[in-house]
Design a protein around this ligand. Sequence first.
Ligand code: SIN
Length: 475
Amino acid sequence: MSNTLITDKSYINGKWIKGTQSFDVINPATHKVIASVADLTVADCRKAIDHAYAAWPGWRDLEAFKRSNLIMEWFRRIMDAKNELAHIMTLESGKPLAESLKEVDYGASFVEWFAEEAKRAYGETIPAPKMGQRLLTIRQAVGVVSAITPWNFPLAMITRKVAPALAAGCTVVLRPASQTPLTALALALMAHQSGFPPGVFNVITGKDSKGIGQELATNDKIRKISFTGSTEVGRSLMQQAAGTIKKVSLELGGNAPFLVFDDADIDAAVKGAIIGKFRNSGQTCVSVNRFLVQDGIFDAFAKKLTTAVKKLNVGNGLDDGVQVGPLINQDGVDKVKAHVTDALDRGAKLLTGGKAKSGFFYQPTVLADVDVKALVAQEETFGPVCALFRFKKEEEGIAMANDTEFGLAAYFYSNGVNRCWRVAEQIEAGMVGINTGLLSNAVAPFGGIKQSGMGREGSKHGLDEYTELKYLCFE
Ligand code: SIN
């Protein structure tokens, strides 16, 4: 399929910039070069920030309805280009085409939602403590926003940040992951065609993630940085942003538990487990990392899950019927290999899989009776491995679930209404899926606690992240 949305230039101040160097974007399924994209420098990044800064007052002061109309036009163009966008995403990220098509819907839903929310940046009136006073609050755009986004959701992680920022009246400099810049540039093309004024949305592509990241975190024209990625990088960006006291939103790593209690519907739990674990080959921040299964149901759940995992079709995401694509690169494969070897060395039983295939592919794997000290329990595996741990009592399961420095997503299955309330309230996570393995959508607040980050994306709260609350006192 030829794809008219593939572009190899960065987008700054409404212009397409080639730069002096380029870098290759590789298809992880075939290792073939898809395109060679502008490799911009820190100096180019600084220029983009200057343009975004200059464009900010005009964009901020535009009537909210006009900003909303432009963002809605962007939404329509994204939806009209659904097939081409999905094709680009599968080429550069490896995810199965069916998942890429779903990601276009998911990513576009943030654009539609925040186009609507642009009109609803409400303030409030406050009963005054003193006669003759009138107190109120207004919400105002933060200023220039920098956004740094990952490769695992090349479209949705961008729209989840950029759409609310634009809706609030902020201008944006985006640095997409160097593995998946093509989707970001296609989004910029559609924003350009939608008629956004120059400088409002800028996309910097480049290999120098450290240098560009540092500029985006320290430049004093930027008032807010939003990052999705590893906890390690998030911590460093937060430290750098402290120098100019920027507002910070961080969506970082997870170590999601998936508890299956004795009173759960096993078939429903297996279905949820497959979605929660194998979406994007296990490379999502909300992927299940630890299956904590109560003793009485452990063997039955393990058996049914293994049967379902064996049926998964692994291959090139562009091929019909493929459900599990490759991992993003060799580092991803090496991490999965190390985690599986470590679990087996500590006495885990291998129920299926357990081997790397050629290229960046890894067999969907199930490990049972894994030791809680194993790497798979401690770190985010980011691959297609189900690690099953056994627990006896509800309190023990909850304690195991919370025994991590992370707190992004958690899931559990139970048919007991009292248990559902009890467990949901005790789990330490920003998001809890109850009898479901998929909880992401545009209308609910996405984000974590503990070392999984701060701030919320999506929902009515997503707009607040890009506004300042100003208090007015009239007398
Ligand atoms: C992520 O992996 O960071 C996002 C996953 C999602 O939006 O569901």
